[in-house]
Write a protein that binds this ligand. Structure first.
Ligand SMILES: [Zn+2]
Length: 212
């Protein structure tokens, strides 16, 4: 995620117009019987989503004393689990499906994360398999490995919210919620983004409900 800018917000408002046109088109389209999956909700700016077929286990690593992410990742696991997307923390790296790191930005770059100077957290879908298409054009992938991270430069007031956001990606949230600033999966977070919204939740939960 990056710092916000007025220009970007302006572009996002323009993009919203395009989305409304797309939704109007879709409401007129008849879904064929060949479409096995249909989603009523879609809040992402991406045309793909991922899911875990079994509740993943996350292994937490602090790269240095710059930041201790353990309480923040634990909180993120609990909040997403309470929302219906289960996962758990493991102390055995060999059991882990998700690896979650905390460190300075340069430490995280050194282990392979792609951070710009503005990024506060990063996640990556490390391996996945294409499964099917929903609504004729949303691609659905099954995740088999993911990584996430929070950098110490985010500042302690944002650690919890960035961890909750990056863990959402690690659970399969592709792209971002582009139009609602209070969503945790909005690309720019403030201290206010501490609670998952119905949009954050439904974007993923519809996939987990359909696939598992
Ligand atoms: Zn993000």
């Amino acid at each position: 995620m990056n710092k916000t800018s007025k220009m970007r917000n302006y572009k996002q408002k323009l993009a919203l117009v395009c989305l409304i046109i797309l939704c109007s088109y879709m409401s007129l389209k008849t879904v064929s019987k060949a479409d096995s999956i249909y989603f009523d909700n879609w809040y992402s700016d991406a045309y793909y989503v991922l899911y875990w077929s079994q509740a993943p286990k996350v292994f937490i690593t602090n790269l240095s004393g710059a930041i201790n992410i353990v309480p923040y990742v634990n909180s993120a696991v609990n909040k997403w689990s309470n929302a219906g997307i289960s996962s758990s923390v493991t102390t055995a790296l060999s059991n882990a499906n998700i690896r979650f790191y905390g460190g300075t930005r340069s430490e995280l770059i050194s282990i392979g994360f792609y951070y710009t100077v503005e990024d506060l957290g990063k996640a990556s879908f490390d391996s996945y398999n294409y499964v099917t298409t929903a609504n004729s054009y949303y691609d659905i992938y099954e995740l088999t490995a993911a990584s996430a991270s929070v950098c110490s430069e985010a500042g302690s007031k944002l650690y919890a919210n960035v961890a909750l956001h990056e863990y959402g990606h690690a659970l399969g949230w592709g792209g971002h919620s582009a139009y609602f600033e209070n969503d945790v999966m909005y690309p720019y977070l403030t201290e206010a983004n501490s609670s998952l919204t119905i949009r954050d939740i439904n974007q993923l939960l519809q996939v987990y409900n359909a696939m598992n």
